[in-house]
Structure formats: C-alpha cells, structure tokens
Design a protein around this ligand. Sequence first.
Ligand code: ZN
Length: 294
Amino acid sequence: MSTAVIYDEAFLRHKTPEGHPESPERLKAVLQFLKAHSLLDHPNVQVIQPRPAETKHILAAHTPEHLRDIQDAEKKAQTQGIVALDEDTFVSDASYQTAMLAAGAGLTAIDSVLSGAAQNAFVLARPPGHHAEEDFAMGFCLFNNIAIAAKYAQQEHHIPKILIVDFDVHHGNGTQEIFYKDPSVAYFSMHQAPFYPGTGAYDEIGADEAEYTTCNAPVPAESLFELYDAVFREILFPFADRFRPDLLLVSAGYDAHWKDPLANELLDTSSYAALTAYLKELAETYCQGKMVFF
Ligand SMILES: [Zn+2]
C-alpha cells in the first residue's frame, strides 16, 4: 500500500528571521534524510506536487478578515522586509502564497487518500498550522492546514466524521478552537504542560453538541515514551472507539523528541515509530487505513 508525500520546493520561500526555529532548514533536513535513505524512490512512495488552496477553502476554517491580514502582511513585507504578526509569527514577501500552497498540500493529500490513489499521505509543508485560530495567526502558524483539510474532506468528499490526533509537544489551540462546538470533528492532543500556548487542560472537552469530542492529555516535562504509550492505549484508543472516525488526520510535530531545542520531553525516533504504528492500527480499525500526517 502506498504513501503519498506532498512536497514542493516553494515551501522554502516562507522566510523567518535569522535563528528562528521554524526555518526552511526543517524541510531541507527531512528531504536530505529521505533522499540519503532512498525513501523517495521506494516503490510504495509517490511524491506529489501540491496545488494551491483557493480562498473558499481557507474561508471554511478562517474569517475573511484573517485571510486579508495575511495578504496585507505579505504585501507589506514586499516593500519593508519580514513583518512580525506577534513575537514569534512572521510573514515574508512570499508567505501568503506559500501558506496557500501549504494549505493546498493538505487538500492534495486528502484527494490522494480518498480517491484510493494512496493508502495514506504525509504533508511535508510549511508554514505550519495547528496554532492558527479562526481569526488570527500565532505560534509560527498562518493558516490552520489540518483544519482546512478536515473541512475540505467533509465538504468535497462527504466524509462524515474525522478524528484529528495531535502529538506535537505543544497544544494545538487553533485546531481545538475551530472544532470546539463541532461534533463531527474530534480532537485529541497530548502535549507538554505547563507550556506554550497554555491551553489544553483536562477539562477542555468541547462544548454544546460537541461535548466530549475534544480530549486533552497534558503531561509534565521529561515524560518518557512509557507515558505516551499508556496515554495512547488507555485514553486515545477508547476515545477513538467511542467516536468511530471515517478519516484520521494527524498533527505530527516531532518536537517531543529529546533533542528538540524548545521543549522538554524525552521521546526518541523509535518512540515515534511506535506511536505511528498505533495510529496506523487505529486508521485500519475505523478508517480503512485512510490517514494523513501533517
Ligand atoms: Zn510544536
């Protein structure tokens, strides 16, 4: 069964200030590794170029004001250089276009997986998305790529129920906010706490009709794989079983790795392989294996 990798060199065109942790080097490093291990030539891997998202796709998850803010910031950056939206979120002279392509990469991945062209997909894109809320950018994120992809899967492919699992070391406040009252998209996050952005407490469980479709598992700094393993088996699996998703989307930040310079968790590469195996199992149980990593 094949994996689609959605990538475009244009993702390197979104620039951040010198020394910023969310840099083009992140993608370059991943590609270098994949090439060095001949993984992009693997018979089960297909590399697909994304198409840009259209305005209507962005507006399924964001306000028109937010879209305009990012467009305006890009224009400003074209004459004045990199623009700061907050203390750690930046827009350069091609960031709006790049963010449209990054959001489009999620749609390309959804199309590949739901058409059956690929079993699952990995969206290798930037700028990232999970901190971007309906009405504002934050935490390096301009548009919420995974939320835009979930809305697209529902609206264009008529997928009833989607589970988003977020194992990034930070809580995905933006994704949670966008679906907090939506019972058709469940959100599970395991993240370091207390830590940026400060949301994601146990008692944030969704609201109105969507009560109990948000599930947060905050864990202390210096947690080992054993805790992640237990949380996946004892909390995520029953949560997924109650929700029974038709599609699994994953916010796959790798910053709970012990070598990550910003966070303080103690996962290693084999931990991520084990968590990925759990997610594959989950996708096979409920979603015919259909899964997209972001
Ligand atoms: Zn993160």
